[in-house]
Design a protein around this ligand. Structure first.
Ligand SMILES: [Zn+2]
Length: 371
């Protein structure tokens, strides 16, 4: 049996390997000491019961995540399914009898550069879309942004950004759902929204971290969503998007994430002073999303308190949603899709199809609240 992770987004450390399993440890993000993302491929004879033990799972960034967790696996990298795991408080164990000779296991369904590039090329063939590069990542990758909509009179400017946190691939799946729906000329919600708004989508603001197989950090070890107050040259991704936002303007912002611990979707609100109108629109948008997504549950209690505890009041502008809401006095929401199967749903509705569907519902919800 062989275990590989030497490919895009791949990450695992093999400590011990036998024919019936392995002892693994999860590798820390680049230049940091926290970890949780993994993605590796096992090659070997099928129909053998194998056991994979993650020896350092108990020290992962979000240790509680393992409580509800089931690993995602695939034989062809297209169709992903869950495999149950066991967690004893320190070790996470996968027991699986693969029916093919190659099996991929990941923290969540990966979203790779080739997929993004294919989607961006599809965008480029649409008359509705202009593809931009807003700058370069720490390692020099293009930071792609698509401007969707051809209305010429003054229109609302909606920004959607995903994957500040490198391993939160569900967020990028969601932007694909949103983008593809906006490209459909026969879709009435898209048509209506684009008659009054332009939508600026950054599907992956942290392409280095994603490709490196990080959970959160960029290639310099910086957490993008703690860097908005004063981004420096170690986080050029945030310098670039702030510049683009200031040049273009922002009337509404969605910051898409994944939540490691909570087995449901939740929507977070900014924690800064905002106009009553901005708050009203945020509230309405969150409600419209909840009506369309039964996986949504109320935001974790005290979410705002958690934010304040971790950072002082003066630097809570280091969070994207707070910075955008404060800088543009506009509505701004965080959307958090789960790594785990939604606990209150009988079906596992939040693999990649569910994330795409969530993105599609954003179009309808935005159309209701944007005037
Ligand atoms: Zn995140």
């Amino acid at each position: 049996m062989r275990i590989d992770a030497d490919f895009e987004c791949g990450s695992i450390i093999v400590q011990e390997l036998t024919d019936t399993g392995a002892i693994l440890s999860i590798r820390p993000d680049t230049e940091t000491d926290y970890f949780q993302w993994f993605y590796f491929r096992v090659t070997g004879a099928p129909d053998i019961a194998r056991t994979f033990k993650f020896a350092n799972a108990g020290e992962a960034r979000y240790e509680k995540a393992w409580q509800y967790y089931q690993v995602v696996a695939s034989y062809d990298e297209k169709n992903w399914f869950r495999v149950p795991t066991e967690y004893d408080g320190s070790t996470l164990t996968i027991k699986h009898t693969a029916v093919e000779s190659t099996t991929s296991y990941a923290f969540f369904v990966p979203y790779l550069t080739a997929q993004r590039e294919a989607l961006l090329q599809e965008c480029e063939s649409s008359l509705l879309v202009t593809r931009h590069s807003i700058g370069r990542s720490y390692l020099g990758k293009q930071l792609d942004m698509v401007e969707i909509g051809d209305a010429v009179h003054p229109v609302r400017k909606i920004w959607v950004m995903a994957r500040q946190h490198a391993g939160e691939s569900m967020a990028e799946w969601a932007t694909e759902g949103l983008i593809k729906r906006l490209l459909d000329p026969l879709d009435s919600a898209s048509h209506a929204l684009l008659s009054k708004a332009k939508v600026y989508v950054v599907p992956n603001i942290n392409p280095d971290g994603s490709a490196l197989g990080n959970l959160r950090a960029n290639a310099a070890g910086v957490d993008p969503n703690r860097s908005w107050a004063e981004p420096n040259d170690k986080i050029p991704e945030i310098v670039a998007i702030q510049k683009a936002m200031k040049e273009i303007g922002v009337d509404l912002f969605l910051d898409m994430h994944g939540d490691e611990e909570r087995p449901f979707i939740w929507i977070g609100h900014p924690d800064v002073n905002q106009s009553t109108k901005a708050k009203q629109i945020q509230h309405q948008l969150a409600q419209e999303l909840a009506e369309r997504n039964p996986e949504i549950r109320p935001a974790p209690k005290g979410y705002g308190d958690v934010v304040i505890q971790k950072t002082s009041r003066s630097d809570n502008l280091s969070f994207a949603s707070n910075w955008v809401a404060a800088t543009f006095n506009c509505p701004a929401l965080i959307t958090e899709l789960p790594f785990a199967k939604p606990a209150h749903m009988s079906e596992d509705t939040m693999l990649q199809e569910g994330c795409l569907r969530f993105g599609r519902t954003c179009v309808e919800a935005l159309n209701v609240v944007v005037d």
